[in-house]
Design a protein around this ligand. Structure first.
Ligand code: TXA
Ligand code: MG
Length: 364
């Protein structure tokens, strides 16, 4: 198979919706990253999503709903969520979050109904739901007439795609159609929030919606899930939060302090890691590319190409560019990649630090 990238005309959206109704999968733009969409109620479409991505079936999918599903009652009417398993406080919080942040980069993990196939949820009793803000995603859901399960449209463990061309690079040989919705606006995936039956909120994955905004809205504590906790019960809550993910093909070393503050010992460790690499790619969150490249060239004594995510250090702008720049460096002639991390993250910095932490092969 060789995917066709189509502009999002009404006719092309109708063609994509037809494939979805027939149980096929298609590349769909969203405001966070591109998704690999299939009907959420069709087991064979769900099985295709897992096989096309080579994704293990223990990692559940997010179900994308249309803009008319803007309350808990409407999610129940779609046969997605079982609201009887939520306390009054939990139901109020869910409605508040939906009202405030949908459509947008917030995914809610809620009690599922029996109608949602176990394949979509990896056998969990919950289902992850989000209402995308991208108008093409909304048109596609509406034309297909069903909620769409869609993980990011990359091969499992690799960098998420933020353009139709990226989806083609990842899955072009495995799917028939990719709708081109332009460069993804947010650039990192949605923030995934688990809502317990009593109404406790836990961020399972930091993402495009800042955690601070969530906490302000519900006026309650929002916990963050500790991926490294070896608590079996917690691992059942967030089965897909793997330590290695979003990885480039080339080795990526993550700096635990700013480039300009590296100690002699760290510089020596970096030289060792650089080994015989003839060229090095450097990813910076902020600052000047020229200055950063010159600094690293002085340490490593070899050519460095530096890319900066936001000259002024605006973390939303940095998140927007993160995966695209990582992908560009991965495709460049650099043989080793080095990234500066987001120190003391706030806002979208949590998502950036999370993605870089999982993308790297080594930290110094
Ligand atoms: O922005 C996004 O969320 C993108 C776009 C395409 O919408 N989608 C996305 O999907 O990032 P994916 O499959 O790459 O990531 C979904 C995450 C995984 O970490 C998965 O484990 C978690 O959501 N998840 C899904 N259902 C869950 C559930 N019932 N309980 C806990 N975690 C769940
Ligand atoms: Mg993904």
């Amino acid at each position: 198979m060789n995917a066709t990238i189509l502009s999002p005309t009404d006719q092309n959206i109708a063609a994509a919706a037809k494939l979805l109704r027939e149980g096929q999968v298609v590349g769909m733009p969203t405001e966070t990253v591109y998704g690999l969409a299939g009907s959420a109620f069709n087991e064979s479409a769900l099985a295709k999503i897992f096989s096309v991505k080579e994704r293990p079936t223990f990692d559940p999918l997010i179900v994308h709903v249309g803009s008319d599903a803007k309350s808990l009652a409407k999610l129940a009417a779609l046969a997605l969520v079982d609201p009887t398993r939520l306390s009054t406080v939990a139901a109020q919080r869910v409605n508040l979050l939906i009202e405030r942040f949908w459509p947008g980069p917030l995914t809610l993990v809620l009690p599922k109904t029996a109608r949602v196939p176990d394949l979509a949820t990896s056998g969990l009793s919950t289902v992850a739901i989000r209402m995308p803000r991208h108008s093409i995603a909304q048109s596609l859901i509406s034309a297909a007439g069903v909620p769409l399960a869609a993980p990011s449209a990359n091969r499992f463990g690799r960098i998420s795609p933020t353009s139709a061309a990226d989806v083609f690079d990842e899955l072009g040989d495995r799917i028939a159609l990719i709708l081109d919705g332009g460069r993804a606006d947010v650039g990192v995936e949605s923030t995934v929030v688990h809502v317990s039956e009593s109404g406790e909120l836990t961020v399972l994955r930091p993402g495009g919606l800042a955690i601070e905004e969530l906490a302000q809205t519900v006026r309650a504590e929002v916990r963050t899930y500790n991926n490294r906790a070896k608590d079996a019960a917690e691992n059942r809550v967030a089965p897909g939060m793997l330590e290695s993910h979003y990885a480039p093909r080339k080795p990526l070393v993550l700096l635990s302090c700013p480039l300009f503050l590296l100690t002699q010992l760290q510089q020596e460790a970096l030289r060792q890691l650089a080994g015989s690499a003839r060229q090095v790619g450097l990813l910076m969150i902020s600052g000047s590319e020229q200055e950063a490249a010159a600094r690293l060239e002085a340490i490593l004594a070899r050519p460095v190409t530096a890319r900066c995510l936001s000259r002024s250090g605006d973390l939303s702008e940095a998140a927007h560019h993160l995966f695209a720049e990582l992908r560009a460096l991965d495709g460049s002639s650099a043989e080793l990649l080095i990234a500066e991390n987001c120190s003391e993250p706030t806002g979208l910095g949590h998502a950036i630090a999370d993605r870089l932490g999982r993308a790297c092969s080594k930290k110094i």
